[in-house]
Design a binder for this molecule. Structure first.
Ligand code: D5M
Ligand code: FE
Ligand code: ZN
Length: 524
């Protein structure tokens, strides 16, 4: 009982809510006080209550929820939020009363095996960058200007430290008759001339300038083929009359980083797609048995035993309404129930492994990047797990001093379209290119919806120790200047969409960093 009351009080305290003694007594006297508390917290956070109401929750509010839950059970037409609340209470306390047989099938029947107790492990875990709270956009044109200005200035700051660009000018400062140009520019437009050269229109905040990248200069031409719209680069050029001819391209790039020692393991997952008919539950259960140290050879068990963190880089669930006719490919058609199922699966993982979850384009977050963390409103059962942390996409965490930049990878679709020779298959090369460009989604306004924030959070300000991506469902690994580039693959077999695009996934393959070394474990 003491443990139970502590658990309940902590639940409320974590969300900045205080209970009055009357409200507390009422809750603790209920049949299932923990579940009721979760429902109450969701209700308080998403309903009519203001912050000042949360300072001391009165008995009447508790009564309100009990009454409204009872009333709701009788009502046929329910709002989205009330439905999930009602379902949860109906499913947990009165499973036989659920009026929708189809939904009953999808409701998990087993509770978490392991994730019941708090682990007695010390973590040095920090969230370094989370845009969930900071992210703001009104969608106005002023924002778009501020957004591009922020991008330009952030990358300008990195580039201006480069010796080749120490003397850089603004476009408006170029004097007549000046021969050598040294500029930091944003790509505005890329064209191929009738002779096959690249003519690129650049801009800064003072003006615009076209620069020619000749196909007679193999190196510069190859460099131009890798430039994409809206990226910021340094350009050294020669000017003869009106025509500027590029001599070199300077990317902001990253310096080589030193290797930090690592005596623990990290597992990288993404694109689990729980709820899809093509989700490989059997493979996932094998993975869970391994991470729980229940299966594997000596080396595999040693690795499992070392695991302290598990990162999920988006597409935890398949979601609902993500693409036309998706419902035909869904085993669970309600997003809350998909997260319930994800919580059931993840809840079976040892509680001494910290699980970090960022959203992807299939999750119930806003689609524009940066995406705020998966909201509690839909993923309440995941939020109930003690060992789960939520973060935005992109987001940066520090795990025992190892910095991990997590990005789902939606921009890979645009990079593949824009750069010759790039494909989903070669996503390690794309990750390297993004680090060189110091931006996670350089191309604006194509397939990757970007929110025009006042600050561009997709600029890679700090060089991470690990870049973790997903989205393409193809596992890849590369080390670039000391940074581990990891794409974590998937737990979904090839979808109809992927068949059309000839994308061959690598399901059930799980990358691990163990003592600083990359390992790939297969559960298929
Ligand atoms: O993405 C699953 C796979 O499908 C991944 O390999 C990328 C590819 N994909 C998804 N959307 C697009 C678009 N719009 N163009 C090209 N390729 C795409 P998932 O996010 O899991 O649906
Ligand atoms: Fe995916
Ligand atoms: Zn995705």
């Amino acid at each position: 009982m003491v443990l139970m009351s502590q658990k309940i009080l902590k639940k409320f305290a974590k969300k900045g809510i205080n209970l009055s003694p009357g409200a507390y007594k009422k809750i603790i006297g209920l049949d299932d006080p923990v579940n009721f508390s979760s429902n109450l917290i969701v209700k308080l956070k998403s309903d009519k209550y203001k912050n000042k109401d949360l300072l001391s929750i009165k008995e009447e509010i508790v009564d309100d929820l009990i009454n409204s839950t009872n009333n709701m059970e009788d009502k046929a037409d329910k709002s989205e939020n009330d439905t999930s609340l009602n379902n949860k209470i109906a499913n947990d306390s009165k499973p036989t009363n659920n009026p929708e047989p189809e939904e009953v099938m999808n409701v998990p029947t087993t509770k978490f095996k392991r994730n019941l107790e708090k682990a007695n492990v010390k973590y040095d875990f920090k969230i370094i960058q989370d845009t969930s709270k900071k992210s703001y956009t009104s969608g106005e044109i002023d924002n778009l200007i501020a957004y591009f200005k922020s991008r330009y200035e952030k990358i300008h700051k990195i580039l201006s430290k480069r010796p080749e660009l120490k003397t850089c000018q603004k476009i408006s400062e170029i004097e007549e008759g000046q021969n050598s140009l040294n500029l930091i520019l944003m790509v505005k437009d890329i064209r191929t001339t009738k002779n096959g050269h690249k003519l690129i229109e650049f801009e800064d905040e003072t003006g615009e300038i076209p620069i020619l990248f000749s196909n007679k200069d193999e190196e510069i031409f190859k460099g131009a083929e890798r430039l994409v719209k809206d990226e910021v680069v340094g350009i050294v050029a020669e000017k003869n009359g009106d025509l500027a001819i590029a001599k070199s391209i300077i990317h902001p790039d990253i310096h080589r980083i030193s290797q930090k020692s690592m005596d623990f393991g990290i597992v990288f997952l993404s694109d689990i797609h729980v709820g899809s008919l093509t989700f490989l539950e059997d493979s996932f259960l094998k993975f869970v048995d391994w991470i729980n140290c229940e299966t594997g050879n000596d080396e595999q068990l040693e690795i499992a035993n070392s695991i302290k963190y598990l990162i999920i880089g988006g597409d935890i669930v398949d979601g609902v309404g993500i693409y036309p006719n998706q419902e035909k490919e869904l085993a669970i058609k309600d997003v809350t129930q998909q997260y319930d199922e994800a919580a059931r699966l993840l809840g079976n993982i040892r509680s001494d492994i910290k699980i970090i979850i960022a959203p992807g384009n299939h999750d119930a977050s806003r689609v524009a990047e940066p995406q705020p963390a998966v909201p509690e409103k839909y993923a309440k059962s995941l939020y109930e797990l003690d060992n789960v942390e939520f973060i935005s996409n992109p987001g940066v965490v520090s795990l025992e001093g190892i910095n991990v930049l997590i990005y789902h990878g939606r921009s890979f679709d645009d990079m593949n379209m824009s750069i010759k020779g790039f494909s989903h298959d070669k996503n390690d090369i794309i990750m390297e290119e993004l680090l060189k460009k110091r931006h996670l989604a350089p191309i604006y306004g194509e397939r990757t919806p970007l929110a025009s924030e006042l600050e561009d959070y997709l600029v890679i300000d700090e060089v991470p120790d690990i870049l973790h991506t997903g989205h393409v469902h193809i596992n890849r690994y590369k080390k670039y200047n000391g940074v581990h580039l990891i794409n974590s693959g998937t737990f979904q077999t090839q979808t109809e969409f992927q068949k059309i695009y000839n994308i061959v996934p690598t399901p059930g393959e799980v990358p691990v960093l163990y003592k600083g070394k990359y390992k790939l474990l297969k559960f298929n």
